[in-house]
Design a protein around this ligand. Structure first.
Ligand SMILES: [Cu+2]
Length: 213
């Protein structure tokens, strides 16, 4: 049950039908992703993907745990540099000309802020699975790189960073201590990716870490 009917016996799921996958989790706790393996180029670019998190039921020392999936979109009918009006837009799945960029399906300022409290240990689970790679950057903190593609990195091998490149198909889990109160950006460092349709102002793959007073 690998979900790749072109090369193995999983069935294609026709429109209006469903199929229950059954499988045993053999991986250790960590962050993974799922996505369509039928007409991948079209279905993935239309958004048929998501995060798949294997939790550790015994974990006690992490106070906040956030999953952030980055996606890019090519919306039809937007003139570059023009404000995006609310509405419904068609998507062009085979275009490389992306004009909207999202974290968990939303562009700043509609992205969801991440609340933290002083002294929290915070985990961010970062993933992307389409065309672009996203160097994700935190302000006001350094993070320890804890897991790569769901695999635990040994304590001695962990490195501190404040930007980590999340390539297509990768997940990275990072940990940091909330020890610097304020409101801090967390964003992709590719400049076009923090714009909405190439308009002025902050948009796209940008959210905030917000300390509770
Ligand atoms: Cu990016």
């Amino acid at each position: 049950m690998d979900g790749v009917p072109d090369v193995e016996p999983s069935p294609k799921i026709e429109p209006g039908y469903y199929f229950d996958y059954h499988f045993r989790i053999t991986n250790p706790p960590g962050t993974h992703m799922y996505h369509s393996h039928v007409n991948v180029a079209k279905q993935d670019m239309l958004g048929l993907l998501g995060g798949f998190v294997i939790l550790n039921p015994h974990e006690k020392n992490v106070n906040k745990d956030y999953l952030l999936l980055m996606q890019e979109w090519s919306l039809v009918g937007l003139e570059k540099g023009k404000k995006v009006e609310p509405g419904q837009y068609n998507l062009k799945p085979f275009s490389m000309d992306f004009n909207m960029f999202t974290i968990n399906g939303k562009s700043f300022p509609s992205t969801t802020p991440m609340p933290v409290e002083y002294d929290d240990i915070v985990r961010l689970r970062l993933g992307t699975i389409q065309i672009n790679h996203h160097p994700m950057h935190i302000h006001g903190h350094q993070f320890l790189v804890e897991k790569a593609d769901g695999n635990l990195i040994a304590d001695n091998d962990r490195i501190f960073k404040n930007t980590i490149l999340v390539a297509a198909g990768e997940t990275w889990d990072v940990l940091f201590k909330a020890n610097n109160p304020g409101i801090w950006p967390f964003h992709c460092h590719i400049s076009h990716h923090v714009s909405n349709n190439f308009t002025d102002g902050t948009g796209g793959m940008f959210t905030t870490l917000v300390y509770k007073p």
